[in-house]
Design a protein around this ligand. Structure first.
Ligand SMILES: [Zn+2]
Length: 164
């Protein structure tokens, strides 16, 4: 699979595949009436090194709650998609975090996002999660490490600097 964006996040690289970049781009809230979108990020470790490849995301589903300033992942289909992927590929793919859009050019996480990310950090067996917020001018990725109370911004991808 062709990967579009490679990010250097401290000691590892994260690859974001074309397809998920394109999907997220399609949900940007250009208009004031557009509602937030989101889903989960699924990926795998690159064999031989610590690099991560984010290869799939889920799209908003019927039972999710979507308003102009809020995305609530309520639909069980997100996890269902992950479970199917997991069994189809013998456990190669794992959950890495959440993504959602924001109605702002340069996205910042809200208190609600922070609360949610902290909760996930506690519950997820993995040491780290990566959460993406998609804004109108850029997409940003935060790393949430277990026992660290605050997320760390690891990268910014400017839409006008990549090929969609
Ligand atoms: Zn948010």
């Amino acid at each position: 699979m062709v990967c579009a964006v490679i990010i250097n996040a401290e000691n590892k690289r994260i690859k974001l595949c074309n397809e998920i970049i394109g999907l997220m781009y399609g949900y940007i809230q250009w208009n004031s009436y557009d509602t937030e979108a989101g889903g989960i990020i699924l990926g795998r470790e690159n064999l031989g090194n610590d690099n991560l490849i984010f290869e799939f995301i889920t799209k908003p589903m019927k039972k999710d709650i979507r308003t102009k300033n809020r995305f609530l992942r309520k639909d069980s289909e997100h996890i269902e998609f992950y479970k199917q992927l997991y069994s189809k590929h013998n456990g190669v793919y794992a959950y890495y975090g959440e993504w959602h859009t924001h109605p702002e050019d340069i996205p910042h996480y809200s208190i609600i996002d922070l609360t949610n990310w902290r909760k996930i950090s506690k519950e997820d067996p993995k040491e780290m999660q990566y959460h993406i917020i998609v804004g109108r001018k850029q997409l940003r990725i935060w790393e949430m490490r277990k026992k660290c109370f605050m997320p760390k911004l690891v990268c910014e991808v400017k839409w006008d600097e990549i090929n969609i």
